[in-house]
Design a protein around this ligand. Structure first.
Ligand code: NAP
Length: 267
């Protein structure tokens, strides 16, 4: 692959993206640069052959794709800093910055640039992210490249930008919802006799397997539930009790509450 990528902001997300791209062999290490103001924490990426730098301007000049992975309040200053070194013909911008809209970047960069917004989740650290992507001014080749890039780090789907907040809730907050669900399973497992360690293993692997069944078979959850629920059996008894206690309803209300909160914070 001849394209060069610069990641601005080698923090949690930026360095996880860098590691995934390097470990998967998607990019030659010499074609990847990661920047942050204090580079000591990303020396390990240099050890893998990538360039690390605190000079954003120099790092973007030669890049084809620029991944912005700084905090939302830092994006304006960073864009203003690198803008003089960017041309719409050469540079494509990919922002993973939460809550910063394409129009906000267009305001600074102008309307000529190809810009992507991507919303990954923390499982990107183990190349198992769900990444929702939206594109502006993008050619099919651009879209194919960005899809391949994030496919190295999990699964991808293109969405309209007006669904980005919803994607943040379902895809990124969703990791926390799933963790709480797993934790509750562990607590139940301990009460019925397992050690915490064994309960954790059983709960996490069972939930991973359940998700994998849906992804690989493309079935509806209820179809898989039907296979487990023997008439008059223990599974349906437990499931129905969970529903009587508001299980599905509380999850749906939680998703909607997160969405209302994120919308109330939109500019
Ligand atoms: N973590 C996630 O799973 C996740 C998921 C979806 C979206 N996001 C979004 O991704 C962005 C980054 O999140 P994060 O968790 O990775 O934050 P983070 O760990 O704080 O990383 C931000 C990095 O940016 C660097 N930085 C700050 N100013 C810079 C500058 N002028 N030039 C170059 N680098 C600079 C910081 O390092 P120095 O201080 O050394 O410069 C820091 O390492 C956020 O906007 C977040 O909303 C995160």
């Amino acid at each position: 692959m001849s394209e060069k990528i610069t990641i601005i902001g080698g923090g949690n997300l930026g360095s996880a993206i860098a590691e995934g791209l390097l470990d998967s062999g998607f990019i030659h290490p010499a074609h990847l640069t990661i920047t942050k103001r204090t580079v000591a924490t990303i020396e390990y990426l240099a050890a893998k052959g990538a360039y690390i730098s605190s000079d954003n301007a120099a790092a973007v000049a030669d890049a084809d794709y620029i991944i912005l992975a700084i905090k939302p309040f830092q994006i304006k200053d960073v864009l203003l800093q690198i803008q003089p070194y960017l041309t719409p013909q050469k540079h494509t911008i990919i922002s993973v910055v939460t809550g910063v809209w394409i129009k906000d970047m267009v305001e600074i960069l102008g309307t000529e640039f190809t810009i992507f917004r991507a919303m990954p989740n923390t499982a990107i650290a183990i190349q198992q992210s769900m990444t929702c992507i939206t594109a502006f001014n993008a050619s099919n080749a651009n879209k194919a490249f960005v899809t391949r890039l994030f496919n190295q780090l999990g699964k991808t789907v293109f969405i309209e930008e007006n669904l980005m907040d919803a994607a943040t809730v379902l895809g990124a907050c969703g990791t926390a919802y799933a963790m709480r669900f797993i934790r509750a399973n562990i607590q139940g497992g301990i009460e019925i006799g397992f050690s915490a360690a064994t309960a954790s293993l059983i709960a996490a692997q069972t939930i991973k397997g359940a998700a994998q069944l849906l992804l690989e078979r493309n079935t509806h959850p209820e179809q898989e539930i039907d296979k487990v629920t023997t008439p008059k059996g223990c599974t349906i008894a437990g499931l129905n009790e969970m529903e009587h206690q508001g299980f599905s309803s509380s999850l749906i209300k939680g998703v909607v509450t997160s969405y209302k909160k994120i919308k109330s914070q939109d500019m």
